[in-house]
Design a protein around this ligand. Sequence first.
Ligand SMILES: *Cc1c(COP(=O)(O)O)cnc(C)c1O
Length: 400
Amino acid sequence: MNGKHSLGDQDTGEAEADFEDLGFSTRTIHDPFPSKFVGSIPGTSALSACGRAIKVGFDGPDGDLSATTQLEEKLARLEGAQAGLGLSSGLTAFRTFVRSLLSAGDEMIVHRPVCTDTAYLMWEIVSAVGAKLVATDLSDEKAINHSVTARTRFVYLDTPTNPLNQVLDVARISDRAHTHGLKVAVDSTLATPVLQRPLEHGADIVLHSLSKYINGHGDTVGGVLLGEARVIRQLREESLRHPHETAISPHASFLILRGLNTLALRMDQHCSAAHALALTLEAHPSVAWVRYPLLRSHPDYETARRQMTGGGGMLAFGLHRGADAAAAMIKRLRLITPGGNVAELGSFICGSSRLTTTRHLPLAERELCDILGEGVIRCSAGLEDAEDLVEDLLQALDFE
Ligand SMILES: *Cc1c(COP(=O)(O)O)cnc(C)c1O
């Protein structure tokens, strides 16, 4: 127990005793007072790493690869891409993609249930170059036929979707898009190359936020675009027009490279914890529905089996008693932290009131948002022992 943290008004003796009952993995993630520490920047170890990071970060006279070049090449190898471009964040990766590959008047087809902040930011970035988003339901790839115009350039999607965990069929969507001469870009952040490699299913560009699972330690941010060498060169030229905004720091690249070493192990644990939670929820009488790609009840189960090697760490569910019961349940959790974080090393949970910010969207763009039902609960399963997470959820669901 680290003495320098203030303990607030918690009952420290009881909390510490409960903490000792948790499994080893859980305790490697949480302090006895989890919400304070999850996702925070590690102290001294990050500082000492910094010295080394800067050393490996620059091209040496003997032509050593910089940390960023190593990162780009490693991610390209893992994703099956010819080349990669490291950027300062996932959002910067999206902005660079839009600025480079869309022009005024162009259109980009997106999947309709993009919601919330993501939709707003996408709309803002795309509007800034004078281009337009066209929302459709990509769970039926034929919908592309009705949305395509002479100005359409791209189909853009993320899968599994956030927060409803739909699995979109990249192969079918890519086939259909290509027959119209469109390119396909996939945000694969929540799957990582461990669970799905969209280029193998026909997509043209893959985007990742490296701030999430790929770095995996909640201590830095980054993004990457992956694809054909020629396209990546074009994207790199665009990024070099705004170097202060777009460049990923050598330190960030160093940390992300180190995080990558354990990505497969971590994804295994995220997946098994989320799957265990999904099975628990599905069997619980208070739970109305659960969406986890590898549940047989999931409408996209067959697609998930074809496209993914694991179900990922995210799940969505709803309770029979609706939004108020969901909020009360979230309050009773002891280990799973309330909050909108996704793909972190600790577990987080939030209700749809936190996910819907459609009021920020200009009226004409509201169609982008399938306004979420009131009672959607999104959970991002962390690296704690699955049994501890299941136990926590069960005690919180116990309404009687
Ligand atoms: C977080 C996130 C982003 C944005 O990435 P940042 O690195 O935070 O800018 C993009 N896509 C998905 C799916 C994300 O979860």
